[in-house]
Write a protein that binds this ligand. Structure first.
Ligand SMILES: [Zn+2]
Length: 116
């Protein structure tokens, strides 16, 4: 990650840490909500279930992002951050700033999306 300056890496790291903190807080909040979420009468039942499902799905998504943030933070530590996992190209700072957990360069990302 020689294409990134120390300051840029530090900035991205702070973004990741801040994001992580926020996600942890959010997932704690919605976890409590999901557990205590009991609708009133029978009519609300379907809404309650749907609401709970949405919450659980969000939790699942948050957990995945959290995992990516953890992996990314470790990569910063090991000095492999900002390198495309597929082709080894350097991921530009602008892209990382827009998406600090990006693991692919734009070219590989496009290929990956085409294959989906
Ligand atoms: Zn690539």
């Amino acid at each position: 990650m020689e294409h990134l300056t120390k300051e840029q890496i530090e900035e991205l790291k702070q973004m990741l840490l801040e994001w992580k903190k926020q996600l942890l807080k959010e997932s704690q909040d919605s976890m409590g909500e999901a557990l205590s979420y009991e609708g009133g009468d029978e009519i609300d039942r379907a809404d309650t279930e749907a609401g709970r499902l949405v919450m659980l799905r969000n939790l699942d998504r948050d957990r995945k992002v959290l995992k990516r943030i953890e992996i990314t933070l470790r990569k910063i530590e090991y000095g492999t951050y900002g390198i495309c996992e597929m082709c080894g190209a350097e991921i530009p700072y602008e892209r990382l700033k827009a998406r600090p957990i990006a693991k692919l360069c734009i070219k590989c990302k496009e290929i990956e999306e085409e294959n989906e």
